[in-house]
Design a protein around this ligand. Sequence first.
Ligand code: ATP
Ligand code: AH0
Length: 366
Amino acid sequence: MQGRGKGEAIRVAGCMSGTSLDGVDVATILTDGREILGFGDSACRPYGAREQALLREGLGTWEVGPEITELIETAHAEALSQLEGFDLIGFHGQTFNHAPEAGRTFQAGDGAVLAELFDVPVVWDFRSADMRLGGQGAPLAPFYHHALARHIGATAPVAFLNMGGVGNITWADPSVADPAAPGALLAFDTGPANAPVNDLVAARLGLAFDAGGALAARGTPEMEIVAAGLANPYFFRMPPKSLDRNAFHGLLEAVAPLSDADAAATLTAFSAAAVARAMDHCPTPPAVLHVTGGGRHNATLMAMIAAAVDCPVRPVEEAGLDGDMLEAQAFAYLAARVIAGLPTSAPGTTGVRAAIGGGRISRPAA
Ligand SMILES: Nc1ncnc2c1ncn2[C@@H]1O[C@H](COP(=O)(O)OP(=O)(O)OP(=O)(O)O)[C@@H](O)[C@H]1O
Ligand SMILES: CC(=O)N[C@H]1[C@@H]2OC[C@@H](O2)[C@@H](O)[C@@H]1O[C@H](C)C(=O)O
């Protein structure tokens, strides 16, 4: 497919149903697939407790039944219905399993269903093509992070840290105009972010998450458990590299003997320590670590990250961005790139052999 000329801006809706299983975020942006030309409206369609339990059943599997698939598609349709309008959809789907070493990843949900419902093209299945070419299939937000770095006027390399269920970091050099060019980007998953503490408070206290990090703030991290976790070979591998949501599930067993507060503090300290390890891989120290994703609402986690790294740590809102919608916007941007015939990953972001555009396009029946 030929790249289209600069300046053909389209309104694109992006959808993200992330590994924390909290809901579907949708957001529109105006873009030509190169530059961000404007931000539109956004919406969130949370999963209820019963729905979340159903989704949890699918974690770690390679196939889910029609009930789960329909839940995902319906929740996305309900979220997208709240938006004012769009000409294209970027649909990530729901990740249930990710095994990059085996070359397999599984996102449930059929983009063709949304194409019929909304009568616009849908770009989906973003990760498979990258994996077929030897890539990790994740993270994919980095090309958007690069566009954001340029959009906010960064002149020196900056980093974006997404603290969702899993953490991922992007080091971006805004002076390199093409995100696919060597030296523009380095990105990888840092380690677990909120998933372990969410699972802990769900199992022990019936809570969805540790609001504000209040529980962790009352505890003391067990640093021996943190140190033992950091011995995992993942932290010694050179990036790019990516993780399954449950890759560090063993941590929950390690904190089982601890009090609720100490267990939460330990898991939170581990996520922060994983970020500190990630910073060692950045080609140069970033001017700012821009934090996005739900974890930036966790004051204890943010304080632990700030204490562990050598650069300013700031929620993306301080750069005028929306950290609750940034991943949804990312898949809008990536969809526009796919339509424009532009790459969505590169050796520096997923380890793919050459820059490649992922994504399958489903168009509504004429
Ligand atoms: N007020 C809050 N206090 C503490 N933690 C919070 C708060 N709000 C959100 N979070 C955490 O952020 C999580 C949601 O983050 P986010 O929506 O970025 O994840 P995701 O997109 O599902 O995951 P991923 O980026 O791994 O795909 C929640 O599950 C919770 O752990
Ligand atoms: C396989 C998968 O869905 N991975 C997610 C997950 O959540 C965070 C981290 O792990 C990242 O690698 C990725 O999501 C973001 C949106 C990405 O691809 O950039």
